[in-house]
Design a protein around this ligand. Structure first.
Ligand SMILES: [Zn+2]
Length: 89
């Protein structure tokens, strides 16, 4: 499976979040990988977050996070940005 990372323009849409994402890149760890999923653990300021990549979902649903920001607003969060940046490196 090839992980399709989000485009730079989407990652950079909100500059503050993007900067936060850059700061978290080194805190991204791959938890496990299956044929269709990748699970990432991202250590935030105070807590751990679980970012999931779903190969079978449509482009806008491939990347999901368990944090409040993502869950309530359904927008990219700094954890998803960090996981994407980690995969691009
Ligand atoms: Zn998040």
């Amino acid at each position: 499976m090839e992980v399709k990372t989000l485009e730079d323009k989407d990652l950079k849409k909100d500059e503050k979040l993007y900067i936060k994402g850059i700061r978290l890149v080194n805190s991204v760890k791959i938890d496990y990988k299956t044929q269709k999923h990748v699970s990432f653990i991202v250590k935030g300021d105070n807590e751990l977050h679980n970012v999931m990549y779903f190969d079978e979902k449509s482009q806008d649903k491939k990347w999901q996070c368990d944090c409040k920001w993502y869950t309530l607003q359904n927008k990219l969060c700094s954890h998803i940005i960090a996981a994407n940046l980690a995969m691009k490196n």
